[in-house]
Design a protein around this ligand. Structure first.
Ligand code: NAD
Length: 470
């Protein structure tokens, strides 16, 4: 057996093996695409009245609710995510996505063009056919569901590749889809390696649209693969280096402010695309904010992610631990101050724990300020004017999310306009809800395939039918 023929799923909290399963080969991906095309062409799903597709997907949402605890445990064990996060965030978000898009399935109206009386121009939305989704390990179930919901509601046949480390919740979801009545071949989960199964999807001539969530480097590769093959439509949801801007009056929000900053920085151990990893604070409240941030970071319970009280579990793998530790060490060596955290902690001999870390005085251009670390590290930078806050906020290649805190509505609106990010959250840390589109600017991506009816833009294509009337 070759190194890439088997996936080894390991619990990052302990290093203990969980399971091994065959990894999809490029040939298997190609076969799955041919089969998905046949199923699409048969109309067994694509030609169902949308209302009937909706009924099946609503059943799927109900089954996910029935198995919510199982789904939560699978992501907790495979990704090391705190179980409470899985229960209260990931699984409900996944269920909501399937249910919301099911309910939207029969509400997608076409358009009629403003022609003269001698013609009728009808624009209708149609499914694309075979489509693909490639998802990361940090929100395995939720990212899969964000794509399954709209792709299936629109009538496509979807090939989904989960991340190497976290295939089990997607496989469970596929079993639930079958139980709900999704016809065989409409949702195919292909656990496999990125460079093999992922690349085969990106290069497949049958895949008409692909939605990717993951790193910028992989997104670049996928876009190239699409361009070199069939110009499949690609949507990219990639990394971030999101700012949290605290204006001079932000302490007026009390404990809620610090709780939100901590949540934004340390949710899923900072392994979150929208992690608020850069706190930008007005000088007149900087000392107080830093003191309270450090105290709150020290208060977070670190340990076994399977325990309900745990806020900080392990990082996903050793490479991640080394990347995070290396960036903090080099910032420290360059003169940054590490006020709490800053070195791996020995919670379990096989575990990969890095504590919540607060860094100030990082030199301009240092890795902790510019690179997406994907770990529990937050930097603090001080500004003294709105212009400077905007300059710092936008000083990154990314543009996924931002949050800002002030009671001054004029200031909030000015900042919200000037910050370059796909989602700007005012007086909370939030990505919005299922009714608002989610997508990045700059190198955080494009294509906006997630959430809201905007997702259908990616998963359907418009056809114009021109009818001459006499
Ligand atoms: P990754 O890019 O390494 O992997 C993501 C997926 O791409 C995996 O399924 C992987 O197998 C696959 N892949 C890898 N190489 C491939 C290739 N050559 N062709 C096709 N597929 C390939 O990213 P990751 O480490 O799993 O996830 C972390 C990244 O995801 C972070 O950068 C994070 O910011 C980003 N992310 C973004 C969002 C968002 O919505 N913007 C959400 C979650 C995570």
């Amino acid at each position: 057996m070759t190194e890439q023929s088997v996936l080894h799923v390991v619990n990052p909290a302990t290093g203990a093996p969980i399971t091994s399963l065959p990894a999809a080969t490029a040939e298997q991906v190609a076969e799955a695409a041919v089969h998905a095309q046949e199923v699409f062409d048969s109309g067994v799903w694509s030609a169902l009245p949308p209302r009937e597709r909706a009924a099946v997907l609503l059943r799927l949402a109900d089954l996910m609710e029935r198995d919510a605890e199982t789904l939560a445990r699978l992501d907790c064990e495979d990704a090391g995510k705190p179980i409470t996060e899985c229960r209260t965030n990931d699984v409900p978000s996944a269920i909501e996505s399937v249910r919301w898009f099911a309910e939207a399935a029969d509400k997608l109206y076409g358009r009629v063009a403003p022609t003269g009386s001698d013609a009728l121009g009808l624009m209708s939305r149609e499914p694309i056919g075979v489509v693909a989704a490639i998802v990361p390990w940090n929100y395995p179930l939720a990212m899969a569901a964000w794509k399954i919901g709209p792709a299936l509601a629109a009538g496509n046949s979807l090939l989904l590749k989960p991340a190497e480390a976290t295939p089990r919740s997607a496989l469970h979801l596929a079993a639930l889809a079958t139980e709900a009545g999704v016809p065989e071949g409409v949702l195919t989960v292909l656990p496999g390696y990125g460079a093999v199964a992922g690349a085969a999807l990106a290069r497949s001539p049958l895949v008409g649209a692909l939605s990717f969530t993951g790193s910028t480097a992989t997104g670049r590769r996928i876009l190239t693969d699409a361009a070199e093959t069939n110009f499949k439509r690609v949507s990219l949801e990639m990394g971030g280096k999101s700012p949290q801007i605290l204006m001079g009056d932000a302490l007026g929000f009390g404990d809620e402010l610090i709780e939100n900053i901590i949540e934004a920085a340390f949710l899923t151990m900072g392994q979150n695309c929208t992690a608020g990893s850069r706190v930008l604070v007005h000088w007149n409240i900087a000392d107080t904010v830093v003191d309270r941030l450090v105290a709150a970071a020290r208060d977070l319970t670190i340990g076994d992610p399977a325990l309900p009280g745990t806020r900080i579990g392990p990082l996903i793998n050793r490479a991640a631990l080394e990347r995070v530790a290396g960036a903090v060490d080099s910032a420290r060596a360059a003169g940054a101050r590490v006020l709490t955290g800053g070195a791996p902690v020995d919670i379990h001999p096989g575990g990969l724990y890095y504590p919540p870390t607060v860094v100030t005085n990082a030199p301009e251009g240092s890795e902790v300020l510019t690179r997406e670390l994907f770990g529990p590290v937050v930097t603090v930078q001080v500004f003294d004017s709105e212009d400077e806050a905007v300059l710092l906020a936008n000083a990154t290649d990314y543009g996924l999310a931002a949050s800002l805190w002030t009671r001054d509505i004029d200031c909030a609106l000015r900042l919200a306009r000037r910050v370059q990010a796909g989602v700007v959250s005012v007086n909370s840390y939030s990505e919005g809800d299922i009714s608002t589109p989610f997508g990045g600017w700059k190198q955080s991506g494009f294509g906006g395939a997630e959430k809201s009816t905007a997702a259908f833009e990616h998963w359907t294509r418009e056809k114009t039918v021109w009818i001459r009337t006499r």
